[in-house]
Design a binder for this molecule. Structure first.
Ligand SMILES: Nc1nc2c(ncn2[C@@H]2O[C@H](COP(=O)(O)OP(=O)(O)OP(=O)(O)O)[C@@H](O)[C@H]2O)c(=O)[nH]1
Ligand code: SF4
Ligand SMILES: [Mg+2]
Length: 395
């Protein structure tokens, strides 16, 4: 029932000459031996579809195709079938290898562009020969990624490029709607302290509230100071969603078996890859004296007294680690390319980012094997309640 229908999946099709390594590339991307590979040109004859969850991208379907340079009567038929695949492609991967005169590839790119399809160039077999990427990018005016499907080299970089080049409408469609039911009763806890903007609620609270209403559920919103009374007054509570700054108090106050999560964890899942962010939080306990930690904020809001990124989090991290850390805070649109010096990245909730922007930061960190977590997940972990607050998602 929870399977994403084929039509709602991002369709990623692989095009190129026979023997360019298209089937090998599908196998590398899916980390399975799905497609038949051989050194005989023309191995793949009909399009092969493979639906899968390509983490952290989401539900996709890969389409392996027959070489577009096929010959003879049968070859022409196969080319026709491959071109029919183009009509349902959201993102095309154009595979090129050393030695090609690139003439046909240019024609195929035109065919794809005519259909308004985004195309990503892939140079395969770099374990044998390389091609100058810059020259290709100048010539084709599309980004290129170099890989070796055989050695599974740079496949993570390709996955990130796939994500970054995927059409925008492949966003998670709901923040909380998939874990609640119509008529559920949801209690929201939102302290209105000095950080809260005067006269209004912050964006994640407004978005979650709207999502609860869209799901046909009922919301009651209180400050932490009224939590106890609301527990007494409400006859049924199916889920509590709290601000993470009062996590501990709420966790200690509500019944142990009452489902609990936080605005920031919901947003972490909506904007990013919750699983990776949870794994990142575990890295807090491996920090050593003087380790470099990056605290990254997506916007340059004006920091107030007791600012979470500049004051509270650094203190909590050092208290938990029991040692002095070398913490850098960076705010704004720039994210360093070389993250390898950091032992941990703690990111803000990224309310000003769309999912694509946040995901590309997560993928960048993953590529460089740097653990990444976010404020809400890290705070839950340090309060010893991470397991409880992610239980509602079944991950
Ligand atoms: N050295 C090297 N060989 C590769 C690589 N990727 C694929 N090959 C080899 O290239 C040959 C063709 O690979 P396939 O994956 O079948 O190529 P294809 O593009 O699907 O070919 P058709 O289905 O015939 O169109 C096989 O012998 C693969 O082992 C690579 O990264 N490096
Ligand atoms: S983008 Fe990040 S730093 Fe800026 S307001 Fe949102 S959560 Fe805070
Ligand atoms: Mg093939």
């Amino acid at each position: 029932m929870f399977e994403t229908p084929l039509a709602n999946r991002l369709h990623i099709a692989i095009f190129g000459r026979r023997n360019a390594g298209k089937s090998s590339l599908i196998n590398a991307l899916t980390n399975q031996d799905i497609a038949l590979v051989s050194e005989t040109a023309g191995t793949t004859t009909d399009p092969v579809y493979k639906a899968m969850e390509l983490l952290p991208i989401g539900p996709v379907v890969f389409i392996d195709t027959a070489g577009l340079d096929d010959e003879g009567e049968l070859g022409e038929l196969r080319i026709k079938k491959t071109k029919a695949v183009m009509d349902k492609t959201d993102l095309g991967l154009l595979v090129i290898t050393y030695g090609s005169d690139l003439k046909l590839e240019k024609e195929w790119l035109l065919e794809l562009k005519k259909r308004n399809i985004k195309v990503l160039g892939v140079v395969n077999k770099i374990d044998e020969n390389e091609i100058d990427i810059k020259m290709l990018e100048d010539m084709f005016k599309i980004p290129f990624i170099k890989v070796s499907a055989k050695d599974r080299k740079n496949i993570d970089v390709l996955k990130r490029a796939i994500y970054e080049n995927a059409p925008m409408d492949f966003e998670r469609s709901t923040i909380v709607g998939d874990i609640i039911k119509p008529k559920d009763s949801i209690l929201l806890v939102a302290p209105q302290d000095i950080q809260a903007p005067k006269g209004r609620l912050i964006l994640p609270q407004v978005q979650v509230l709207r999502d609860v209403l869209d799901a046909g559920a009922m919301a009651c919103i209180v400050k932490d100071s009224e939590l106890k009374e609301s527990l007494e007054n409400l006859s049924k509570i199916d889920l509590v969603i709290t601000d993470s700054q009062v996590f501990k108090y709420v966790n200690d106050t509500i019944p142990k078996d009452m489902p609990l999560t936080s605005f920031s964890i919901l947003m972490a899942r909506y904007k990013g890859d919750l699983k990776t962010l949870i794994e990142g939080a575990y890295a807090i306990d491996s920090l050593r004296e003087g380790d470099k930690v990056l605290i990254a904020e997506a916007c340059t809001h004006h920091p107030l007294e007791g600012d979470i990124g500049r004051q509270k989090l650094p203190k909590w991290l050092e208290d938990r680690a029991g040692r002095k850390l070398n913490i850098t805070v960076r705010a704004g649109a720039d994210f360093e390319e070389d993250l390898s010096k950091y032992k941990l990245i703690v990111h803000c909730g990224a309310c000003m980012f769309n999912r694509k922007q946040m995901m590309s930061r997560i993928l960048k960190a993953k590529e460089q094997s740097v653990p990444i977590t976010n404020y809400g997940v890290a705070i839950a972990y340090m309060n010893g309640i991470l397991n409880r607050v992610v239980k509602v998602f079944n991950i």
